[in-house]
Design a protein around this ligand. Structure first.
Ligand code: SF4
Ligand code: SF4
Ligand code: FES
Length: 219
């Protein structure tokens, strides 16, 4: 075990644990979208989990740092919040905010982060830019909503961990990047067993059983 100081509070954490994981375990929330427990090499793609560590030049993503004895960490500096708000607004600039008809409403990680950062679900001064089509129905039983997807990769990682080879992947590049599903158990060559682990791990309801991706009143 190692001891470290986070926001003035002493924590004890298992050696080898990521700083993000240690903080979350001790009830210190740091916004995050792309980290999953057990990831050997977190992708660090969401750029939300920044913290400042004494001795470092600037903020670093806490999912990429392992805890160390004597580490002194601040999770709530102005520089950290600036980076998190900018990253969050970028996500919201490609997000179709329609919480009233979204199954993730009230459990959604974006709503949680917005509340934590005290910002709205709007992209601020950035233009809203949505993808077409709004629903992709390549898979026999799953619908994918690219304008909800935050490209966190949790579905791909979970599928790979369970099956050894994923039934989904990132496709295309840049703004056009999407999650592509290869098909269900009845699709030749697919390893998909329709286990729905990807649906369960998705932080924003960007994957849903066919016809269940929309509910309630329009917001
Ligand atoms: S994923 Fe759903 S609940 Fe979350 S912000 Fe988007 S529309 Fe709202
Ligand atoms: S579908 Fe969900 S879990 Fe998969 S990358 Fe998009 S937001 Fe993440
Ligand atoms: S959780 Fe660290 S960059 Fe996404």
């Amino acid at each position: 075990m190692v001891k470290l100081l986070v926001d003035g509070k002493e924590l004890e954490a298992k050696e080898g644990l990521t700083l993000l994981h240690a903080c979350l375990d001790h009830g210190i929330y740091i916004p995050n979208l792309c980290y999953l427990e057990g990831m050997k090499q977190p992708p660090a793609s969401c750029r939300l989990c920044f913290v400042e560590i004494e001795g470092n030049d600037g903020p670093v993503p806490s999912c990429t740092v392992r805890v160390e004895q004597g580490m002194v960490v601040k999770t709530d500096t102005a520089a950290v919040r600036r980076l998190q708000v900018s990253a969050f607004r970028l996500f919201m600039s490609v997000h179709d905010v329609d919480c009233g008809s979204c199954p993730a409403n009230k459990t959604c990680e974006l709503q949680r982060i917005a509340r934590f950062l005290r910002v709205g679900l709007k992209p601020g001064k950035l233009d809203l830019c949505l993808k077409e089509p709004n629903i992709v129905q390549e898979h026999p039983i799953l619908d994918h909503y690219p304008n909800r997807c935050v490209l966190c990769g949790k579905c791909v990682h979970t599928c790979l961990s369970r099956r050894g080879r994923p039934s989904m992947t990132f496709a295309q590049r840049g703004f056009n990047t999407v999650i592509s599903l290869y098909g269900g158990a009845d699709s030749p060559g697919s390893s998909c067993e329709n286990c729905l682990a990807c649906v369960q791990v998705c932080p924003v309801a960007a994957l849903a059983l066919r016809g269940q991706g929309s509910c309630g009143e329009q917001s």
